[in-house]
Design a protein around this ligand. Structure first.
Ligand SMILES: Cc1cc2nc3c(=O)[nH]c(=O)nc-3n(C[C@H](O)[C@H](O)[C@H](O)COP(=O)(O)OP(=O)(O)OC[C@H]3O[C@@H](n4cnc5c(N)ncnc54)[C@H](O)[C@@H]3O)c2cc1C
Length: 297
């Protein structure tokens, strides 16, 4: 049995090849910029795409490669591009899709997958004949392959889409998915000015500042690219410090990949404490300066 893996995100690509190499033969089709990193984890063929911006051209080259080599499965990293490609590929190849899976195992000619349901409140297990699957980040830790994969370039047809203009991200924008420590604030912070009061903690732990949806999207106390949760970033830091965040399921859906969760909330029955490894009940404005003092020794 063999599969073809696509992801435009290096971390997810490495995780997917490491996970699926334990189950079947793996080839990859990835942007040129990702190919070299993936070759350390995948000993199969690595097809490098030069033009990897638009989903229609990516879909066409994946479909062609799939038909040429008769793969059993196509796994796509669940990125914005991966999700677009999944739908287009399903139509092109006439194969069913299972989306946003968090686990995978073979069961005869079917596959058994798990995914979050009801906004992350529950997990469902499904058995299906899906052959195209989008895979959530975090399915496995990347493992080195016994031998480096062979990289070859694939030719791609031009996209039907024309780039009209390109804007750089605003200065100060942040890559929360890569942050190893995150200090995140919720509505309990009270107002935009109070964000300054948690900056000493973020500095002390060398952390990135993030927020819940009300803080980022509703009140704009932080920029929208700092929102964590179901409709924001899915983060996986070594430590996630939640200050004045109640811990509603839509927020928790974004922090499940965190290794350690520390929560500060004045309400001892706040749901965030069910997710926390360490919980401090009290006023964040009193607790944060004490944490900073303790860290600085
Ligand atoms: C489709 C959908 C998608 C969503 N996506 C997201 C998402 O991606 N991310 C997200 O965060 N939310 C999301 N939400 C919203 C989510 O349901 C919650 O409304 C939101 O997470 C609540 O944010 P909060 O915890 O900051 O605020 P609240 O729920 O208002 O909690 C504030 C907390 O602060 C505590 N507090 C107050 N003052 C202090 C103090 N001085 N010291 C210590 N603690 C204090 C309170 O006890 C309370 O627990 C989504 C909702 C829907 C319907």
């Amino acid at each position: 049995m063999k599969c073809l893996i696509f992801s435009d995100a290096v971390d997810t690509a490495n995780q997917l090849v490491s996970f699926f190499s334990g189950i079947m033969e793996v080839d990859c089709i990835v942007p040129e910029a990702v190919a070299k990193a993936v070759s350390a984890h995948c000993s199969g063929n690595i097809f490098a795409m030069k033009e990897s911006v638009f989903p229609d051209s990516i879909t066409a080259v994946i479909a062609k490669t799939y038909r040429n080599s008769k793969y059993d499965y196509v796994f796509l990293g669940s990125t914005a591009i991966g999700r677009d490609v999944a739908g287009m590929l399903s139509v092109d190849l006439g194969l069913n899709v299972a989306a946003e899976i968090t686990s995978f195992k073979l069961d005869g000619s079917s596959c058994v997958t798990k995914r979050y349901f009801y906004g992350g409140k529950t997990v469902i297990e499904e058995s299906s004949n899906a052959r195209i699957l989008t895979v959530m980040p975090g399915i496995a830790e990347p493992k080195s392959a016994p031998a480096a994969g062979k990289i070859s370039e694939v030719s791609q047809e031009a996209s039907q889409v024309t780039m009209v203009s390109r804007e750089s991200k605003a200065a100060g924008s942040v890559d929360l998915e890569k942050a190893s420590i995150i200090v995140s604030v919720g509505r309990g912070i009270g107002n935009k000015e109070n964000i300054e009061k948690i900056k000493p903690l973020a500095d002390a732990v060398h952390g990135e500042i993030a927020g819940s949806r009300p803080v980022c999207l509703d009140y704009h106390w932080l920029s929208e690219d700092r929102q964590v949760g179901l409709s924001g970033k899915k983060v996986k830091p070594k430590m996630y410090i939640a200050l004045g965040i109640s811990g509603q399921i839509q927020h928790i859906a974004g922090i499940r990949g965190s290794k350690i969760v520390v929560a500060v909330n004045k309400d001892k029955s706040a749901p965030i404490f069910e997710e926390a490894d360490y919980g401090l009940v009290g006023d964040l404005f009193q607790i944060v300066p004490k944490l900073v003092a303790a860290i600085k020794g």
